[in-house]
Design a protein around this ligand. Structure first.
Ligand code: MV4
Length: 452
């Protein structure tokens, strides 16, 4: 097993990883920018090293500074968390050169999955269902026109280097295809230095369902339930749950089969997520693979009853997955609400500043993952997520009630948060009945005063 892990991240995920290291008897090294000196990940790690000024590019994305910190502290592995360098092929490759274990895939795998058209082809070739569309990237807008004619409108153009909704254009009529093609191309060229696009049939209000997988170095791959992530605003998830109210045992079996087939074809090791779109008729299609631990992993931990970070680390250390994971019965229902320092009354604009008072909920089946506390100053520099409230209960209805109570107990003063929005969301009749899809929040009328 590793003796010392450097955590190349900040915030709640850095603290989350430190906690698993501690239980595993692994020493932890925190890295931090000057503005994060008083963050809890710095306080709770066994060692902490400053890696630069606040700007991410000079600290949490500064590969030479992070590698120096790893060498100085004699860390034998690096956990990248999510975001920052988690899906950087360069970072993975530099770790390998320095003989430091990167707790993530090799650069080739990150590249193969990072190219969305390529990932889709890989999945298709092993029999995973994919959305009808172009075979790889488009060579011209005329090819796009012909393809759209063949599969029928509406269609969607996607950046092969994209993901998370950037460089995407929905097209309803052939008259709009040329300009959409040019805009999507330009957008992805400037965002990713790669203007390549692919085309798909546009699915109407699908659900975003993802399958958690773990793979060891001995050829074992397990699927650990699905997560329902349809509650998103501008491609930012706000609430996630497991299991999904739309996934029947029959669909789950097929989802697992597809996810495991896909992961095996990539010779994947560690923790990963296969994202699918699920349509109302019960069909699902591969969308993307994420080669990292995700923000919403706790809802899976709750219904499976295991520590995913611990098993991710074990897989990278060459350990075999435990036998029980090959056939897991999901137990109960879990929901996560992301608490962001944003003002939902002002179009979710960031609300950094000092937290003057802070109280988190507790009680049976309530978990809070956070790096903040009363007196903490939220810098304007990074992601606005400051806490995750996760509940577990026997049924979905009970989990919703438990979350509503937990949000009522939560007190955060001095800044604005997404809590009032989350409270209203939990009261919506379509949410309560489980009638949700990726368009849900577009039609959700938030009333500023009601939830606060
Ligand atoms: C789609 C789609 C409908 N049809 N592809 C958005 C993020 C990117 N990863 C893929 N996305 C979508 N792809 C086809 N062929 C609808 C979306 C989509 C979406 C997907 C997941 C979660 C939220 C979403 C919100 C709007 C659109």
């Amino acid at each position: 097993m590793f003796k010392k892990i450097l955590i190349a991240n900040r915030g709640e995920i850095a603290l989350r990883i430190i906690r698993s290291c501690r239980e595993m008897g692994i020493q932890s090294v925190a890295v931090y920018s000057t503005i994060d000196e008083l963050s809890l990940h710095v306080k709770f790690a066994d060692e902490a090293i400053c890696i630069g000024p606040p700007e991410s590019i000079k600290s949490y994305l500064n590969i030479p500074a992070i590698m120096s910190a790893a060498e100085i502290t004699n860390a034998d592995a690096i956990h990248p968390g999510y975001g920052f360098l988690a899906e950087s092929p360069e970072f993975s490759s530099i770790c390998a050169e320095h003989k430091i274990n990167f707790i993530g895939p090799p650069p080739e795998t990150i590249n193969a999955m990072g190219d969305k058209a390529n990932a889709k082809n890989t999945m298709k070739s092993v029999g995973v269902p994919v959305i009808p569309g172009s075979d790889g990237v488009l060579i011209s807008h005329n090819q796009a026109l012909a393809m759209a004619e063949q599969i029928g409108y509406p269609v969607i153009l996607k950046a092969t280097a994209g993901g998370g909704g950037r460089g995407m254009r929905m097209v309803e009529r052939k008259e709009d295809l040329l300009s959409a093609y040019q805009m999507a191309q330009q957008e992805s060229e400037s965002a990713f230095a790669n203007g390549d696009l692919y085309l798909e049939k546009y699915l109407i209000k699908p659900r975003h369902i993802e399958v958690q997988i773990l793979a060891d170095q001995h050829g074992n791959v397990v699927a650990l339930g699905e997560r329902e992530c349809s509650i998103q605003r501008r491609h930012q998830k706000l609430l996630e749950e497991s299991p999904s109210s739309a996934v029947t045992p029959e669909i789950r079996e097929k989802l697992y089969d597809a996810a495991i087939k896909g992961v095996k074809s990539a010779n994947y090791v560690g923790a990963g997520t296969i994202e699918f779109l699920l349509t109302e008729d019960g069909n699902f299609y591969f969308m993307e693979m994420n080669t990292r631990i995700q923000v919403e992993h706790p809802v899976t931990e709750m219904v499976v009853g295991t520590d995913l970070i611990k098993h991710q680390i074990r897989c990278h250390a060459g350990k075999k997955l435990p036998e029980w994971m090959t056939d897991v019965n999901l137990r109960g229902h879990s929901i996560e609400c992301r608490i962001n320092a944003e003002n939902p009354d002002k179009n979710f604009r960031p609300s950094p500043g000092t937290i003057t008072s802070f109280h988190m909920p507790g009680g049976c089946g309530v978990r809070v993952d956070t790096h903040v506390y009363a007196g903490y100053h939220i810098p304007p520099t990074y992601d606005s997520m400051i806490a995750k409230i996760i509940v577990y209960a026997q049924t979905r209805a009970d989990a919703i009630k438990r979350m509503a109570g937990a949000l009522d107990e939560a007190i955060i003063e001095g800044i604005h948060t997404t809590i009032p929005f989350q409270k209203q969301l939990l009261m919506h009749k379509d949410f309560i009945s489980g009638d949700i899809n990726t368009g849900f929040l577009e039609n959700f009328d938030y009333e500023p005063k009601k939830g606060s």
